[in-house]
Design a protein around this ligand. Structure first.
Ligand code: R5P
Length: 280
């Protein structure tokens, strides 16, 4: 068994290989003059762990090419971040169920598929092979514990993420809650913890994805108005589009941390051990 990855998941793949006591396969990635992608994998095995986060369209195509290059029905696919999972249903007639399209396409030609904190678990049913979805809630909790914050309040940005916040908070037996949006007028909304008070507390907002950072930046502003001492942000998938990281810092977020399901400068939590354990 060896580990092979797309360009955007190479650090995580190397960590998974190390945890599995195996090696990574060397892959050369180039493009044809018209921009089409090409890759050449050096000696793939019959039993490969293929790792690739769908962080953008190029990464998706690269993953498809890699699955085809490895060409064995006993290969196992790891999608640490599955992009397109947020369009998991048809909201308007004429829309695609993008998550289904991606799952059908990627699930072909592998034996099984492993995801990490997939945005909607019901997307897993669209894969034509057995799936496992892991959560890094515990790992985020352990990271917060290592930061030695004073009795932090763990907040989900909405009730949908409350179970995730609860699992993060379990690491230190901390308080957890979710933010609730109240419309004050046609243009004004208030976001505050549903049950608890943020005043004088270190607050850690946790979510599966930080994309534009808009949700957390708005929440942080309001939490500071409510007297929060410091606001931190932690997520599994640091999509961080545009200037999201700077936007969060400019809005007073003291620290931002994410995992290496998307490889970023602030990826200080690794999914490798958990993925390796699940593959053993
Ligand atoms: C949404 O359902 C996700 O869990 C995140 O809350 C969302 O993607 C965050 O987006 P943004 O960072 O753009 O506010």
């Amino acid at each position: 068994m060896k580990v092979i990855s797309t360009e955007r998941s190479q650090i995580l793949a190397a960590r998974i290989a190390e945890a599995l006591n195996t090696t990574v396969v060397d892959v050369k990635f180039t493009r044809f003059p018209d921009g089409e992608q090409y890759l050449l994998a050096q000696k793939p095995d019959d039993d490969m762990i293929i790792v690739g986060s769908v962080v953008d369209n190029d990464a998706l195509v690269q993953l498809l090419l890699l699955i085809d290059a490895c060409d064995s029905a006993t290969n196992r696919l790891v999608i640490p971040y599955m992009g397109y999972a947020r369009q998991d249903k048809r909201f308007y007639e004429g829309e695609p169920i993008s998550a289904r399209a991606i799952a059908h396409t990627l699930g072909r030609g592998v034996e099984s598929c492993l995801t990490v904190n997939i945005h909607e678990k019901n997307v897993l049913k669209y894969f034509d092979v057995p799936t496992t979805n892991l959560t890094l809630a515990r790992d985020i909790g352990e990271y917060i514990e290592s930061a030695a914050l004073n009795d932090p309040l763990v907040l989900a940005p909405d009730d949908g993420a409350l179970a995730f916040a609860r699992d993060v908070a379990a690491a230190g037996n901390w308080d957890f809650d979710h933010l609730e949006k109240t419309r004050l007028s046609g243009v004004e909304v208030k976001m505050a913890p549903k049950k608890l008070c943020a005043a004088s507390r270190s607050v850690v907002i946790v979510d599966d994805i930080i994309s534009t950072g808009g949700t957390i930046a708005t929440a942080a502003g309001m939490l500071y108005q409510q007297g929060a001492e410091h606001v931190y942000a932690a997520c599994v998938h640091g999509v961080l589009i545009g200037g999201a990281y700077a936007h969060l810092k400019a809005n007073g977020i003291r620290d931002i941390v994410c995992s290496d399901t998307i490889e970023r400068g602030c990826s200080r939590i690794s999914a490798a051990a958990r993925i390796a354990d699940a593959l053993k």
